[in-house]
Design a protein around this ligand. Structure first.
Ligand code: RUB
Length: 308
């Protein structure tokens, strides 16, 4: 079943990056709807609901996943019959995926306006939105070069350097601990987002907050690239973002007995360290996160949600 495969693949990082995770979840729900063979509307709704919960449980931190499931299933309570529900789910999933891809493109254009000819850029992990900004600036003819962090333990930085070098952009790989040393050569730091909280804090790949501190110290602006569905309606209700801790074997194996390992894979960067957030609805201050959540994701998020 595609939905189970998708959830497993998200869990095991076969599908990764908050935007792709979201699009894959919408696509898996679309597949579930297209293939429903039963004849009970309630059963169909329950199946979709369970499917949504299975997907959301696959990785806890990126709100994009939860927002994608909400956007795809939002019309379920209003469906008149099975075919109506099927049509609604397929339409919602298609439009979520289309808009998500468009958002990455628009963010690329908006963010690229902040990049100047001759700039040296630092990026972290592997963010399609951040790469869209960098690649757009390069396509505009700007002479830029990039430092990319390795991003232990999964080393997503290797994907980033491949993508940038395939695009012809000069790129240098550094280990995560080299960030502060390199910062004196950096003009702009550009990172993606897994979740943007209502207070403007950014949740992104572990190490982002250290980059933010080093950038702040060196007066290098930090630009976050985040589609509006990376903003969290849950945080407006006071919920904390769960920071995923993954298997310790991802960090090291065969250590002496008694040595512990921890593997938190995201961290939180307070708004004061963020210069701007490039979204598909404009370049904003992190302090405008509340407005994005309420205006873009709906006033209903101000009121109590039904249980997830
Ligand atoms: C990836 C990561 C990326 C964001 C944004 O973490 O932190 O910066 O997900 O990516 P992981 P995008 O590899 O653990 O999923 O801009 O592609 O949505």
């Amino acid at each position: 079943m595609k939905l189970i495969e998708t959830a497993n693949s998200i869990k095991t990082m076969g599908i990764r990056g908050a935007g792709l995770i979201a699009r894959s979840a919408a696509d898996a729900l679309k597949d579930l709807a297209e293939n429903y063979q039963g004849n009970s509307l309630n059963e169909f709704i329950d199946l979709l609901d369970q499917g949504g919960k299975t997907l959301v449980a696959s990785r806890p931190t990126a709100i994009s996943l939860w927002n994608a499931v909400q956007a795809t299933l939002k019309d379920a309570p209003r469906a008149e019959n099975i075919e109506d529900l099927r049509t609604k789910i397929v339409k919602n999933a298609d439009s979520f995926i289309l808009n998500s891809n468009k958002a990455v493109e628009i963010i690329g254009k908006i963010g690229a306006n902040r990049i100047k000819d001759g700039d040296t850029i630092l990026t972290h992990c592997n963010s399609k939105a951040a790469l869209s900004v960098i690649k757009t600036a390069f396509k505009q003819g700007k002479d830029i070069s990039v430092y990319a962090t390795e991003s232990r333990p999964w080393r997503q930085g290797l994907l980033t350097v491949k993508d940038l070098s395939d695009a012809g952009i000069p790129v240098t790989l550094i280990v995560d601990s080299a960030v502060r040393w390199i910062m004196k050569e950096i003009d702009l730091a550009v990172v993606g987002a897994d979740t943007v909280c209502s207070n403007g804090a950014l949740i992104n790949k572990i190490g982002t907050s250290q980059i933010a501190l080093a950038a702040h110290e060196a007066r290098v602006p930090l630009m976050v690239c985040a589609e509006s569905y990376k903003f969290s309606p849950k945080t407006i209700q006071g919920e904390m973002v769960e920071i995923e801790e993954r298997e310790t074997s991802e960090v090291a194996t065969n250590l002496p007995p008694g040595v512990k390992i921890r593997n938190p894979v995201f961290d939180s960067t307070p708004a004061e360290y963020i210069d701007s957030i490039a979204t598909e609805i404009g370049l904003i201050s992190p302090y405008a996160a509340y407005e994005v959540i309420v205006n873009k994701l709906g006033h209903e998020c101000l009121f109590e949600r039904e249980s997830d």
